[in-house]
Design a protein around this ligand. Structure first.
Ligand SMILES: *[C@@H]1O[C@H](CO)[C@@H](O)[C@H](O)[C@H]1NC(C)=O
Length: 302
C-alpha cells in the first residue's frame, strides 16, 4: 500500500467552493501540483486574480478522451469536482469519472457534494438534488473508482441569503427555526479538504471511500437571528422565503424546509431518518487542533 498523500490535484470548477479549496492548497507549504479545469463554454468561470499562478485548462466536461489525456499528462491522483449543484450540471460528472478511471492515475475522486449528507437519498426514492448526488456516488462504486464525499452542511456565506437578509432587514424563518443545522465557513471547508488530502495517504482507510461530515458549528435559525441582532418574521404556511426572484425563493424555501424537518444537520442520516448529534462534525477530528469558524467569529461578535 502506498503511503503517499496527494501529489497532483485537479480541481474541477472554480465558480464557488472550488476557489476556497484552491486557495487552501496554495496556502500549504508542501502543496501538491494543482491544475484547475473550467468549462470551455460561456459558463466557465475565471480564476480570481490572487490565484492566477495556477494553470487553468478550459475543457469540454463531456469530452472523455480530452479529459483522460489531461489527467494522464498531469499524473493527476486526486480529482475534486465542484460542478454546480443543479441536477443538469451534476450530469457532467459522469464523463469526469469515466476519464478519471481511464487515466489510471487517479486514486481518489471527490464528487460534488459540498452540502448536506446525501447518502440514502437514492435508495429512499427521493427525487431531488440529494438523490442525483447519491446516484452519482453509486456510479463511482460501479466503475470501481475510490471516492471521498465531503458533507459540509450549509456554507456560512449563504446564511444571510437563506434568511432573506439579502432582500429584507429581518430574518425570515419557515416553521419554528429551532432545529440544529450544520454551518461551516467556506474557508474552513477549503482548509479541511486540503488538510486531509495532504496529511493522509490517499490509500489510507481514513480517506478511501469515506464520507466526511464536517461542521463549524451547530446552530438554529433562531439563534442565527439573535447573533445577527435581527428581528424574526415567521413565514405563514404555504408562503415562500423572500428573494430577488421566484426561482431563488423556491430554493430558499426548499432549503429552509429541509432544515425545519431536521435534515439540515450533518447529524441527520437519510438512510434511517434519524438524528445523532455525535454524527454531526464527526470528521472534524481529522483536522486536529483546528479552531473552526463560527457565525460569531465571522461577524466579529465573539
Ligand atoms: C473503494 O471503492 C471502490 C469503488 O468505488 C472499490 O473498487 C474499492 O475496492 C474500494 N476500496 C476499498 C479499500 O474499500
Amino acid at each position: 500500500m502506498s503511503t503517499a498523500s496527494a501529489k497532483s490535484v485537479a480541481i474541477i470548477g472554480v465558480g464557488g467552493i472550488g476557489t476556497y479549496i484552491l486557495r487552501a492548497f496554495l496556502n500549504l507549504p508542501n502543496r501538491p501540483k494543482i491544475i484547475v479545469f473550467t468549462r470551455s463554454d460561456s459558463k466557465g468561470k475565471a480564476v480570481p486574480d490572487d490565484l492566477a499562478s495556477v494553470p487553468v485548462v478550459s475543457v469540454d466536461y463531456t469530452d472523455v478522451a480530452a479529459l483522460t489525456t489531461l489527467f494522464k499528462d498531469h499524473a493527476v491522483d486526486v480529482v475534486i469536482s465542484t460542478v454546480a449543484g443543479l441536477p443538469t450540471a451534476q450530469k457532467a460528472q459522469y464523463s469526469l469519472a469515466d476519464a478519471a478511471k481511464a487515466a489510471g492515475s487517479v486514486k481518489l475522486f471527490a464528487p460534488s457534494e459540498w452540502g448536506l449528507p446525501t447518502e440514502g437519498a437514492k435508495e429512499r426514492g427521493e427525487s431531488n438534488v440529494f438523490a442525483v448526488k447519491d446516484e452519482f456516488a453509486d456510479y463511482l462504486k460501479s466503475i470501481g473508482l475510490p471516492y471521498a464525499r465531503f458533507y459540509t452542511g450549509l456554507f456560512a456565506g449563504y446564511l444571510p441569503w437563506l434568511l432573506a437578509l439579502d432582500v429584507t432587514s429581518s430574518v425570515h424563518i419557515i416553521g419554528k427555526g429551532d432545529k440544529p443545522l450544520s454551518l461551516t465557513s467556506e474557508t474552513d471547508i477549503g482548509g479541511f479538504v486540503a488538510h486531509v488530502l495532504t496529511n493522509y495517504p490517499l490509500s489510507s482507510p481514513e480517506l478511501v471511500n469515506q464520507s466526511f461530515r464536517i461542521q463549524g458549528q451547530s446552530i438554529t435559525l433562531s439563534e442565527a437571528a439573535q447573533i445577527y441582532g435581527k428581528s424574526i418574521v415567521y413565514i405563514a404556511e404555504g408562503e415562500q422565503v423572500p428573494a430577488g426572484s421566484e426561482v431563488e425563493s423556491g430554493y430558499k424555501t426548499a432549503m429552509q424546509t429541509e432544515v425545519e424537518e431536521g435534515r439540515g444537520s450533518g447529524g441527520w442520516d437519510r438512510r434511517t431518518s434519524t438524528y445523532s448529534p455525535e454524527l454531526a462534525g464527526s470528521a472534524n477530528k481529522l483536522w486536529q487542533g483546528h479552531v473552526w469558524q463560527t457565525l460569531e467569529s465571522i461577524i466579529g461578535k465573539n
